[in-house]
Design a protein around this ligand. Structure first.
Ligand SMILES: [Zn+2]
Length: 71
């Protein structure tokens, strides 16, 4: 499951376990959803791209997505 999750979101499941434990899975998923949304057009972003596929707005760094585990 961890492998599939990582492929989908580009980050380690393990790193998020504490978040899930603290705030519950529903809250965690909601947070992830917000994180992967373009600030410019609101489109859902791909974890494997550095910019919005919809409008080209760069988002890496803005939302601080899983920086420690991606690199
Ligand atoms: Zn966009």
């Amino acid at each position: 499951m961890d492998k599939r999750y990582r492929e989908k979101y580009g980050m380690s499941m393990l790193e998020n376990l504490e978040t899930i434990r603290d705030s519950g899975l529903d809250h965690f998923i909601e947070g992830e959803r917000e994180k992967w949304r373009c600030n410019q057009c609101g489109a859902v972003l791909s974890a494997h791209r550095d910019e919005c596929l919809q409008c080209g707005e760069p988002y890496r760094g803005q939302n601080k997505i899983g920086t420690s585990s991606i690199t």
